[in-house]
Design a protein around this ligand. Sequence first.
Ligand code: OGA
Ligand code: MN
Length: 288
Amino acid sequence: MSKLQTEALHADFGASVRGVDLSSSIDDATKDEIRELIDTYSFLCFPEQSLDDDALLKFTQFLGEPEAEHVTLGRTGEIQYFGTVGNVSDDGTKKGNAHPDTHYQTGNQLWHADSSFRELPCSLTITHAHEVPGEGGATEFVSARAAYERLPEEERAKLDQLKVIHDYVFSRSQVAPVDPAHAASLPPVAHRLVKENPRNGRKNYYVGSHSRSIVGLGGIESRSLIDELMAATTRPEAIYSHQWAAGDTVIWDNRCLLHRGTPYDADRWRRRMRQTRVAGSESGSTPH
Ligand code: OGA
Ligand code: MN
């Protein structure tokens, strides 16, 4: 019998999971169950965990190959597996609203899938919350799988044939200039518009703030298809808003979910979350 207790968070996706200490060694049956839950629910929150960076990396490695964080990789070529979400520096000091890093992170307030602009986008993001604001700073999620499954059959068949270009410089330069070495490391890529989960065959489309255009469609047609798909995915009732609590360890599946940050007062609050990602393993994307 399973030791995990699972509670659904939204009608479309998401579950809260208790009954496992992620910093301990996890038995094989539980590992299989967690993998299965990820493919079923797309978003898992494990509350009241205690994960330092070493334990977070170990947990990440059980889920797959850690992905090198793209900002440091692009700017300096250095491989680093951790990202920090929020406004606290490594030395523990708080960065306020006026700090450039705080401004840069507002790019994450547009609906996106992490690293969709890479040739091989990551599959999962794992985030552990250490310090959270008393107000604001929730992260919102929606399921492009549920949205795809709501489309009429003939619309789905049309989408199945298409490819979409994702472009980091296109999306991020709207927020702040992108470092030239970083920009050069991330040329636009074309992905199939419709993805399929390799384990359960469920499909979804793959658009977000980084998607620039649809291959083969004219400018206006291309933009309006992307906008239509985005609007269908992000309808207010489709949103699950995750209000972080310190100790939450959250896994989300970027292959089929979109997420966005929401504002908080960085002058007033500290927000510190450590994050890793699992590299993707699907082929089918091509440099463009
Ligand atoms: C992320 C992300 C937005 C936020 O963690 O990948 O986009 O600020 N976060 O919650
Ligand atoms: Mn993100």
